[in-house]
Design a protein around this ligand. Structure first.
Ligand code: ARG
Length: 406
């Protein structure tokens, strides 16, 4: 029998989840926290201590960086997943992993519930709950922050009264979510789309205006659609992304400022900084143009839109998303090669690429010596290619401009 009074809480170390820990404890729950290390800039040991101080009976801190990259980021990269063509889903991708790990910890601890610190307005609540229900429907999902209706002030007072340390970062004017694939910045002054995001909204990128006046190059090696080396040096996923975040961020690459259509029905102004993600997606897309068949590319593009929507909407564990993964994996078999990218003043631009599986054939494309294209075949091709249009216009002559009748 699962212990329904034992709950595993996804714990960030921030004010909301610390207050939630204490609040759940006061409701009679034993609270076990789970802090997911997905590459965010946070002092994990301090978070652990804070969880215990906030009333947790046990505090897990789990290094999920490798798994996050391998099972979530790379599949999304292979699918060039960008919600509304713009947002590389950095936040959305971490939720199905967090849900999965919470369910695992719940199993280990025999806990009958999991909990998260999302509000009732966001989509992270939808993702975590839909994923949890899919993975283990026996688990109750609690959402204390959604339930308690505290104002910010009341929350601070509650924290002070219960001796929960309120860190200086609580004063941040934004709502931040961060992992190795990028950083999401919302709320405060950003809520008015007329307002330019202030400089203090960003921590991973410089303003392109202030970026270095010189260009810098990186060569990214892909194997089966996955980046495996930078400038010829093999790296594991998290290190490769981290290195690119730094290099591209220094050149102001990866800033995104958009009005996004939320799953929960309203439009929202969102700011992101995703230097490595934007670089890798650009490079990967380019390599696909060199290695994939025209019709495969076209169909893949349609499925990429669907893939991004499913990820955004919390349908990571859905059969359609898994079926698209299979399609994408088939296409990636030959997405091998090296892409040369130039960073300069906020742009990551592909400047060269090569592949052992290239289907770009220079002897077909060339206008110079060595041309292997069958020029004579063009005559018959054009006759038949144009036949339906010619037939249509001959039948509907009356619709033609009079001047061209002969
Ligand atoms: N709008 C993005 C999304 O829904 C970002 C979410 C950021 N989450 C946060 N708790 N601040 O995917």
């Amino acid at each position: 029998m699962l212990d329904k009074k034992k709950v595993v809480l996804a714990y960030s170390g921030g004010l909301d989840t610390s207050v939630a820990t204490m609040w759940l404890k006061e409701q009679g729950y034993e609270v076990i926290t789970m802090t997911a290390d997905v590459g965010q800039q946070v002092d994990l040991e301090a978070a652990k201590q804070k969880a215990l101080k906030s009333g947790a009976s046990k505090a897990y801190v789990m290094d999920l960086k490798q798994e996050f990259v391998k099972e979530f980021v790379w599949p999304a990269l292979k699918a060039n997943a960008m919600y509304q063509g713009t947002y590389p889903l950095n936040s959305a991708l971490s939720r199905p992993l967090i849900a999965k790990v919470m369910a695992m910890v719940a199993k280990k601890e025999n806990a009958g519930a999991v909990a998260h610190g999302c509000t009732g307005k966001g989509q992270d609540q939808v993702r975590i709950e839909v994923c949890t229900n899919a993975l283990n429907p026996e688990l109750d999902v609690l959402a204390p922050v959604r339930d308690w209706h505290f104002s910010r002030e009341a929350e601070m007072e509650y924290a002070q009264a219960h001796d929960i340390p309120v860190m200086a970062t609580t004063a941040s004017p934004y709502s931040i979510d961060e992992n190795i694939w990028g950083r999401s910045i919302e709320c405060g002054i950003l809520e008015d789309p007329w307002n330019e995001p202030p400089a203090d909204a960003y921590t991973l990128t410089v303003d392109p205006w202030n970026a270095p006046d010189h260009q810098e190059f990186v060569e990214i090696t892909f194997e089966k659609g996955i980046p495996v080396a930078l400038n010829g040096e093999a790296m594991d996923g998290p290190s490769l992304i981290q290195t690119l975040n730094e290099q591209a961020g220094k050149h102001g690459v990866g800033r995104i400022d958009m009005v996004e259509d939320r799953l929960v029905g309203f439009k929202s102004r969102e700011v992101y900084e995703c230097p490595a993600a934007m670089t890798l997606i650009a490079a990967h897309k380019a390599l696909e143009t060199l290695t994939l068949d025209k019709k495969v590319l076209a169909s893949k593009k349609e499925l990429e839109v669907k893939y991004a929507e499913l990820t955004y909407e919390g349908y990571w564990y859905s059969p359609l998303k898994e079926a698209i993964d299979s399609f994408v994996d088939t296409t990636q078999e030959y997405v091998n090669g090296v892409v040369k990218v130039r960073f300069y003043k906020g742009q990551a631009v592909v400047r060269g690429m090569k592949s052992p599986n290239s289907i770009y054939q220079q002897n077909l494309a060339t206008y110079s010596e060595g041309d292997a294209f069958d020029h004579a075949a063009a005559v018959g091709f054009i006759k038949i290619w144009g036949l339906p249009v010619k037939t249509w216009k001959q039948v509907h002559k009356d619709k033609m401009p009079v001047e061209i009748f002969c």
